[in-house]
Design a protein around this ligand. Structure first.
Ligand code: ADQ
Length: 480
């Protein structure tokens, strides 16, 4: 690395560290990635001299790239790229992050694969992220590390740069003791996370699980909001429920062309009386299959009204973005979902009127918000979810206090959105009953519930979330 570049890299007072950089390649050009988290992080980076350390999504870059992180400016923040080889990707990302940690942290709803060689790569890649962060941070700077891909980075970073204030936030659930105990590298993970000054979770139950495990596995003193680490530091632990960029969604929802698009969507669906909507990554945690099964039963129970040859009065639009197709359980999940879509349509569709409209690709927010507006009932039925931002986006888009949210009790969002119809997604009858309840809910009650949920979402947006975490982190740094 040249001295000039090194000098620029060192100057940052805030460094965000995440698996992915907030950019993606569109036909050879880098574009800023969408999403509330990206806009919140770039917002806090802009107000300080900030950098973002992450992988740019491209595999097998040259040796030079491995030795020299590239820096690029986007929206006022420097980007520091951490390169990955195809082999590292398959062990670190697919093997450990998505083959071992993701399923175990989501209630072990799929079997984890624990491969010792993959763990070695996970550790090496984490070390590379820590080194890139250490090089980017000014003396006494703040580093904020994100998510399950980088559980070891806090301790590795502290080892190289004890002067930094280090925060860690986990976007997915932190599992209960009996599940975490299955993890072969359990002590190393806890020690990795404890390298931070502040460890944040989506829900307080995640924080409680973490504290209890530190006590049990490391034998350290810990109470509900702090752990006394083995290297004699006070590590604060807490819940910081993430949110969305409410302003961005509301602005879109107010645009006349978006409103017109929502009307057009309903027309194209055949002007049904009720539009159900699901928007998810095509992931087994999201419970798309469970809702399709219950939707099929609902239609069966409403057979008189649904099987007219002219139209389908009740329809479901399901948008699903595929991903992680290198992991077998994701390929299986796609097969299951697509079989169910075919089966429900086969049983209930009329010519020209499918009952399930299935779109297997990512949509832009400009395409999603018209769907949020066109829907009557939003189905968010994950088996387990750290938070679930789709639930909050739907609520933020419903400017006129109409629309019903059916929400899994197992999503972090259920702690705040208590005016949703909360449901156990594992119980097909309960999901069907929730759908029925939504169909027949008194309009005053619909309005009352949505208005309450809008108050919650609009007063806690993602910018406030980022400020709160950073504020707590720097206070911790001051007195720790
Ligand atoms: P995810 O599991 O990716 O995130 P989620 O919070 O539901 O889950 O969604 C993230 C974003 O993806 C939302 O903004 C949504 O609009 C977008 N999205 C989903 N499906 C889409 C589609 N078909 N097309 C376009 N966009 C789509 C992880 C955790 C969550 C946690 C977040 C943030 O698993 O529990 O809420 O991080 O912390």
């Amino acid at each position: 690395m040249s001295d000039d570049v090194d000098a620029t890299v060192r100057a940052h007072h805030l460094v965000i560290v995440a698996n992915r950089l907030p950019i993606h390649d569109v036909d050879g050009e880098w574009r800023r990635s969408p999403g509330g988290l990206v806009s919140a992080m770039l917002g806090v980076l802009r107000s300080r001299t900030g950098a973002w350390v992450g992988w740019n999504g491209k595999l097998d870059q040259t040796e030079d790239d491995l030795a020299l992180p590239t820096i690029q400016e986007i929206d006022g923040a420097d980007l520091v790229s951490v390169p990955l080889s195809s082999d590292e990707f398959s062990h670190y990302y697919e093997g450990v992050a998505n083959g071992a940690l993701w399923p175990l942290f989501h209630d072990a709803i799929r079997e984890s694969t624990f491969d010792a060689d993959s763990w070695v790569t996970y550790r090496e890649v984490n070390r590379r992220f820590a080194t890139a962060t250490a090089r980017s941070a000014a003396p006494g700077a703040t580093a904020w590390i994100h998510d399950y891909h980088l559980l070891l980075v806090p301790a590795m970073l502290r080892e190289i740069r004890p002067d930094l204030v280090i925060g860690f936030f986990l976007h997915i659930p932190f599992p209960p003791q009996e599940l975490f105990m299955r993890m072969p590298w359990r002590e190393e993970i806890l020690r990795g996370m404890l390298g931070a000054d502040l460890v944040g979770f989506q829900r307080s139950v995640g924080a409680e699980n973490f504290v209890a495990l530190c006590r049990r596995l490391l034998g350290v003193e810990a109470d509900h909001d702090q752990v006394h680490s083995e290297d004699d530091r006070r590590v604060r632990v807490g819940a910081f429920p993430i949110s969305i960029d409410v302003h961005e969604i509301e602005q879109l929802a107010r645009r006349p062309d978006i409103g017109a698009r929502a009307v057009e969507i309903r027309e194209r669906l055949g002007n049904p009386t009720t539009v159900f909507l699901g928007v998810d990554r095509l992931d087994y945690t999201k419970g798309i299959d469970l809702r399709l099964i219950s939707f099929g039963s609902l239609l069966r129970a409403h057979t008189d009204t649904t099987s007219t040859p002219q139209s389908a009065p009740i329809v479901l639009v399901q948008v699903a973005v595929p991903g992680r197709q290198g992991v077998e359980s994701y390929v299986e999940e796609r097969r299951t979902v697509e079989q169910l879509v075919g089966s429900v349509n086969g049983e209930h569709a009329a010519i020209g009127y499918p009952v399930v409209h299935y779109i297997r690709r990512g949509l832009t927010l400009e395409e999603l918000v018209p769907l949020y507006l066109a829907a009557d009932i939003m189905l968010v039925t994950p088996r387990r979810d750290g938070m679930n931002l789709v639930a909050k986006e739907f609520v933020a888009a419903r400017l006129h206090d109409r629309g019903v949210l059916i929400l899994s009790e197992f999503a972090g969002a259920a702690d705040e959105l208590t005016d949703a119809i909360l449901v156990n997604p594992h119980d097909p009858d309960a999901v069907e009953m929730a759908m029925d309840m939504a169909l027949t809910m008194d309009p005053d009650e619909v309005e009352h519930r949505m208005s309450n949920m809008r108050k919650v979402v609009t007063t806690h947006d993602v910018h406030e979330w980022a400020r709160t975490f950073l504020c707590d982190l720097t206070e911790t740094g001051d007195d720790g």
